[in-house]
Design a protein around this ligand. Structure first.
Ligand code: CA
Length: 521
């Protein structure tokens, strides 16, 4: 992807745009606060109306119906004639059709492997199943929402009374949720939340310790939750059943605390050991994107993703609706036709899921995305997939499935930040990288979240929430490659416990949110 900068040198106050691809007939204004009418770019183009920051300017006159090109791709069609120097806002852009899945190419442009990157390590917690934790956390799973307040109460007491005695344990986290009863537990869609809960309890950051709190009469019985290829039921009782308590709430809590303490003792014996970067399972996500996300933060994350793949790690990208319009590009990049077909099958499943719900992918861009200059889902998707870097797609998993593959993997999830994060945790994520343009104080309890701003204005306003400012790419203070290396090194530092993210510093933990495509009874 080549870049033509409207202005190469500082000061950034000069009118400046970024055109991603030489074919593009629109470019994105990068000046903070936008640009007024009459602004003249170094190429000679003059704005005939004001354009907000991160919004698009027409580089030439566009006829009605003419293709609007960004990322070298048709992101829409002009609804009426647009003069060069105009603000190409959302209202002027008609949305194109999504690529037909049946016509998407199968592994026709598989990238050659990049040179291996050796010698990068982090200090992690090695687990019995071979996975590696970046944090040492006691996880307490639940089968049903009925148990959640009791488990939350027990966790408060465990943190206050037990955790201080086990200084090598980082945290105690309850996996509470709204599933487990009042649902059609045998409907096809139920497999998704059930396997999600199963795999969440096996997240590498839980050290292979298992503790499940059950009510007793719920539809999602512990045996159903724990059943699976990764069944880790030990001889030791791992399940506390609240309805077995004879002496009320006090007994329930005491039982949970006894089971918890046995696990805290074992977790506390663990120490970090040097692990190769290939033990990382990094989940990529974006939320609150703007039009700069696709030229700053996401390409920098994509560069870091390539470095991780070269180092042998697993890197997952997700968010089906933000990938759908690039389906033809991703399927072509698959390592094999089988991987391409797996990917297209997930796309087709989601098309049908949205159709049944009376929606389509056009429901995706939020009001904030649009204020941030994203005209539609096509433009958002082209920027979003930049996170996936340039390597071959090696594997695909469905929502809630666990990844066993190294390299770049597509984990199919909705784009909703909390649902995507939850499903990536179930897939085995031990590090999370999150890009944002509009800003969100997002964080997860189960894995560290590194937040990257697409614009420096956000990074400056939220200096105590944003970990890396990729907006410096827009102002030519730095490059995609430099920020990519910065992200890669920060992933290793945070994974190894040498650094903490802002979300960890403040203890910002969004709730887990299950994806349940099945019916509720
Ligand atoms: Ca998202």
């Amino acid at each position: 992807m080549s870049k033509e900068h409207g202005q190469i040198d500082k000061p950034a106050a000069l009118p400046r745009y970024i055109r991603v691809d030489p074919r593009d007939n629109v470019a994105v204004v990068v000046n903070q606060g936008g640009l007024p009418v009459g602004s003249r770019f170094p190429c000679g183009l003059v704005l005939i109306e004001a354009v907000p920051q991160a919004h698009k300017v027409a580089l030439a006159d566009l006829a009605e119906g003419e293709s609007i090109l960004r990322y070298g791709t048709v992101i829409g069609f002009a609804k009426r004639p647009i003069a060069g120097g105009s603000w190409v806002h959302e209202g002027l852009v008609a949305q194109p059709q999504a690529p037909a899945l049946a016509e998407c190419p199968l592994a026709t442009a598989t990238p050659r492997p990049l040179p291996a990157l050796d010698g990068f390590t982090f200090e992690g917690y090695r687990n019995p199943d071979g996975s590696v934790g970046t944090r040492n956390i006691l996880g307490i799973s639940t089968t049903v929402q009925c148990t959640a307040p009791t488990v939350d109460y027990a966790v408060r007491r465990i943190k206050a009374e037990l955790l201080p005695r086990y200084p090598h344990v980082d945290d105690v986290v309850a996996i509470t949720h709204n599933y487990g009863c009042g649902v059609a537990i045998d409907a096809p869609g139920a497999a998704v939340p059930i396997r999600t809960l199963h795999n969440l309890s096996l997240n590498p950051n839980f050290g292979g310790e298992l503790l499940v709190v059950s009510l007793g009469c719920e539809k999602l019985q512990p045996a159903k939750l724990l059943d699976g290829p990764l069944n880790v039921l030990t001889e030791e009782p791992s399940v506390a059943v609240l309805q077995d308590a004879q002496q009320g709430f006090g007994e329930m809590v005491a039982h949970i605390m006894t089971l918890a303490e046995a696990r805290l003792k074992r977790l506390n014996e663990r120490r970090r050991v040097s692990c190769p970067a290939s033990d990382l399972v990094v989940g990529l996500q974006c939320g609150g994107s703007d039009a700069l996300s696709g030229v700053t933060a996401n390409p920098a994350v994509g560069f870091a993703a390539d470095l991780l793949v070269r180092a042998g790690a697993t890197v997952m990208f997700s968010e089906v609706t933000e990938v759908r319009d690039a389906a033809h590009l991703i399927s072509a990049r698959a390592a094999t036709p089988e991987v391409a077909r797996d990917f297209l099958r997930e796309m087709a499943w989601y098309d049908e899921y949205l159709r049944k719900g009376g929606a389509d992918r056009g429901a995706n861009p939020t009001p904030g995305n649009k204020l941030g200059g994203l005209a539609n889902i096509v433009e958002k998707a082209m920027g979003s997939v930049a996170k996936a870097g340039s390597t071959a797609l090696m594997g695909v998993v469905g929502p809630g499935e666990r990844i066993t593959q190294k390299g770049l993997v597509f984990a199919a999830t909705p784009a909703s930040d909390f649902i995507c994060g939850t499903l990536q945790l179930a897939a085995g994520m031990n590090m999370h990288v999150f890009t944002t343009g509009r800003g969100t104080p997002y964080g997860l309890a189960m894995a560290p979240v590194i937040k990257i701003a697409s614009n420096s204005g956000l990074a400056e306003r939220w200096r105590d929430l944003i970990d890396i400012d990729a907006g410096r790419i827009a102002t030519a203070e730095t490059t995609v490659e430099e920020v990519g290396w910065e992200i890669f090194r920060m992933i290793l530092d945070v994974a190894g416990g040498r650094k903490r993210t802002w979300a960890e510093h403040w203890g910002l933990h969004n709730d887990l949110a299950l994806f349940n495509p099945g019916p509720v009874t």
